[in-house]
Design a protein around this ligand. Structure first.
Ligand code: URA
Length: 246
């Protein structure tokens, strides 16, 4: 890509401004000063230094968030705070405005968590990956940690594992459950119906009092990520996630 275009893509300036910055010697690419706007650089490896700040280009970005309760997963809402408000705040804290040349506004949550649910949320601008992850045909397993109001009897766990009626056309598909204490367990499901986990537990006369998503496919919530925090996925995490999808 031409260096002047890359500077535009990174929101460093308009094409005209980019040319001016280059000609006045203010741009270093991988440690080398570049002054000609028409010079080509590899946008995938270029590290641009401008006014003491490093910029890297990414076509797609992938972030995990440890969602706290109290935020909704919609892109916009008049009365509640959305996960995107939180994301924009955290992104600005970490990177200023547009380190990767992607305005925070282009990023959306791939999947939902209820307002009172917590845990792993994937945020990306990669529509194809989000679409594949959410496709019911792909049966991507998602694991949740659940606490309930009453005791989890063996009989109830068995019913949940084998499939329960949540008012849809068919009972839920087989789930995997691991009991942790009398009133907490993990559950792994391969569907994503609206309020699915809560409705499944309701079907066996239990109320979910706490719900936290721990994983989506191969992607696990980073135990070191504070509630409300975001971090970029590693290359390995992205490639493992994609392997199962395409
Ligand atoms: N199932 C639910 O009921 N709620 C969530 O937030 C996620 C899965």
């Amino acid at each position: 890509m031409r260096i002047d275009r890359l500077l535009c893509e990174l929101n460093i300036g308009s094409r005209t401004e980019a040319k001016r910055l280059l000609k006045s010697g203010q741009i270093l690419v991988n440690g080398v000063r570049i002054t000609k706007p028409e010079e080509r650089v590899d946008e995938n490896t270029a590290v641009i230094l401008f006014k003491g700040k490093e910029y890297r280009y990414r076509r797609f970005v992938y972030f995990m968030m440890n969602k706290p309760a109290g935020f909704i997963s919609a892109t916009r809402d008049d009365s509640c705070k959305t996960v995107l408000d939180l994301f924009a705040q955290q992104y600005a804290l970490l990177y200023g405005n547009g380190l990767f040349g992607i305005p925070a506004g282009e990023i959306f949550p791939a999947g939902r968590l209820d307002k009172d649910s917590t845990g792993l949320l994937l945020l990306t601008n990669d529509g194809a990956l989000a679409h594949a992850l959410l496709s019911p045909k792909k049966h991507i397993p998602k694991t949740y940690y659940v606490e309930t109001d009453l005791s989890l009897s063996g009989e109830k766990l068995l019913r949940l594992e084998n499939g329960v009626d949540i008012g849809e056309e068919r009972p839920t598909q087989k789930a995997r459950i691991e009991r942790i204490t009398g009133q907490s367990c993990t559950i792994t499901i391969t569907e994503g119906k609206f309020h699915q986990v809560k409705r499944m537990f309701q079907a066996v006369e239990l109320k979910v009092t706490y719900l936290k998503r721990l994983s989506i496919g191969s992607l696990r919530l980073d135990p070191g990520l504070a509630e409300g925090g975001i971090r970029e996925l590693t290359k390995e995490e992205v490639s493992q996630l994609c392997q199962k999808l395409y």
